[in-house]
Design a protein around this ligand. Structure first.
Ligand SMILES: NC(=O)c1ccc[n+]([C@@H]2O[C@H](COP(=O)([O-])OP(=O)(O)OC[C@H]3O[C@@H](n4cnc5c(N)ncnc54)[C@H](O)[C@@H]3O)[C@@H](O)[C@H]2O)c1
Length: 257
């Protein structure tokens, strides 16, 4: 799919990888971007910074009505939706047992699943409903979905039970969704990033970053957020890529702790 002038929904677009992707798609690829995020202050600032090619809708991806209203707002402003990039996510640390040996709170586990897994399905399904109404590009493509997983989907560290399970579930979602939505010309892929230089990482002490870097093989550095955005562009532009998960991680593998 050609990105120029397409409408791209980016959840979690007020910060980190989502924000870098919103900037890249609007400023360098000529897309119109709709940022869905819970953080209204950062979301409005991001859209204002990008300019007329961007809009912000305060959205809770885990809420049915909130996402329905957000999708309606995008269609009212930009006419339709061609691409959906699901980058909203919670780290939500969770172990099986707490320090006291007691079972971890179910509510904490459920919250991470609600945002990282149910939230992705919520936004993907409502965007796909709209994508299915698009005129097909080159006779075959109406839309593209990109779900952001994590290296933790493969090698979760201790304390990442909910996070790793939610991110692994996105890999399972790829195939049935791609098979079903293929009928309406929508592709579904995932990216499993390694460690990226997001604002959160930027604030860490040098020695913490050095310790994170020990799991990165080559090149021996954190990922640049533009490299992530570029990977999203590749997925959108390559019409033959479907139901695939791209590990974008310089061959890094998380340790147990
Ligand atoms: N940063 C990394 O190195 C890295 C590595 C692997 C995977 N990931 C994944 O990439 C995605 C982006 O990560 P990031 O580091 O840019 O995160 P981030 O914390 O900078 O941004 C996440 C955004 O999601 C938003 N959000 C959280 N809950 C939401 C909800 N219910 N509804 C709407 N918005 C919500 C937050 O407000 C925030 O703006 C996440 O899914 C994360 O798990 C990141």
């Amino acid at each position: 799919m050609i990105i120029q002038d397409k409408v791209i929904v980016i959840t979690g677009g007020a910060s980190g990888l989502g924000l870098a992707t919103a900037r890249y798609m609007a400023n360098e690829k000529g897309a119109r971007v709709a940022i869905f995020d819970m953080n209204a202050e950062a979301g409005h600032a991001a859209a204002a910074d990008i300019g007329e090619r961007a809009m912000f809708v305060e959205t809770d991806v885990s809420n049915d009505e909130s996402v329905r209203a957000a999708v309606e707002a995008v269609v009212a402003t930009f006419g339709t939706i061609h691409v959906c990039i699901n980058a909203a996510g919670l780290a939500g640390p969770s172990k099986v047992l707490g320090k006291d040996g007691k079972a971890t709170s179910l509510a904490r586990f459920a919250q991470t699943i609600a945002v990282n897994l149910t939230g992705v399905f919520n936004v993907m399904s409502k965007c796909a409903e709209q994508m299915a109404t698009n005129e097909p590009e080159a006779g075959e493509e109406r839309g593209v979905v990109i779900n952001i997983s994590s290296g933790a989907a493969f090698e979760g560290s201790i304390g990442q039970c909910a996070y790793a399970a939610s991110k692994a579930a996105l890999l399972g979602l790829n195939m049935p969704a791609a098979r079903e939505l293929g009928a309406v010309g929508v592709r579904v892929n995932a990216i499993a990033p390694g460690l990226f230089m997001t604002p959160m990482v930027n604030e860490l002490e040098e020695k913490v970053v050095a310790s994170l870097l020990t799991v990165v093989e080559a090149p021996k550095r954190l990922g640049d957020m533009r490299e992530f955005a570029h990977c999203c562009a590749f997925i959108i532009e390559n019409a033959y890529l479907n139901a695939e998960t791209i590990r974008l991680d310089a061959a890094s593998r998380l340790r147990a702790r």
